[in-house]
Design a protein. Structure first.
Length: 169
């Protein structure tokens, strides 16, 4: 962040910072975001690469049952999405379960699809629409109808009303 702040006009407010990525970048985004909640209010991982088989505590030492209420209060959005046919689906589900066991409240998105751009594009579209919104607005939008259908009638994460609620107040 110091290099980025020197190179670009970047806000000092964590509420203005997000980190997200897909595949290996998804794993890095989760590692960076969850280990630096002083810097990021929005964290997203899309088909994130494995972060260990079950010892997530070593990857996320600050995530504990005791710290969860503070983390939940500070993160406006923790988004973890993966296609149900993705080879990383089970690993993402294990991470989500571990985070929930610790008391975190991730927005967990399951959509049909593999480890491909079409799945990530839909999830990125939905994640990006929630960035830099208030926590109450995000909760309202994600509860509304986050799971819709695509042009082929397949279930996916593209919301039918979420984008318009956020983009058009």
């Amino acid at each position: 962040m110091p290099l980025v702040k020197r190179q670009y006009p970047l806000s000092d407010k964590r509420e203005d910072h997000a980190v997200a990525g897909l595949s290996m970048g998804g794993a890095e985004s989760l590692l960076v975001g969850l280990n630096h909640i002083d810097d990021f209010a929005y964290v997203g991982g899309f088909s994130s690469a494995p972060l260990g088989q079950s010892d997530y505590g070593s990857s996320f030492p600050g995530v504990t049952a005791r710290s969860a209420p503070d983390i939940n209060a500070r993160l406006r959005l923790l988004w973890i999405a993966c296609g149900t046919e993705d080879g990383l689906f089970d690993q993402n589900q294990k991470l989500i379960a571990w985070l929930k066991e610790k008391g975190l409240q991730p927005t967990a998105i399951q959509t049909p699809g593999m480890h491909v751009w079409m799945v990530w594009r839909d999830n990125l579209t939905n994640f990006a629409a929630l960035l830099f919104q208030s926590k109450s607005r995000i909760a309202q939008s994600t509860k509304a109808d986050l799971i819709g259908t695509n042009k082929r009638g397949q279930r996916r994460s593209q919301p039918s009303a979420c984008l318009s609620k956020i983009a058009c107040p």
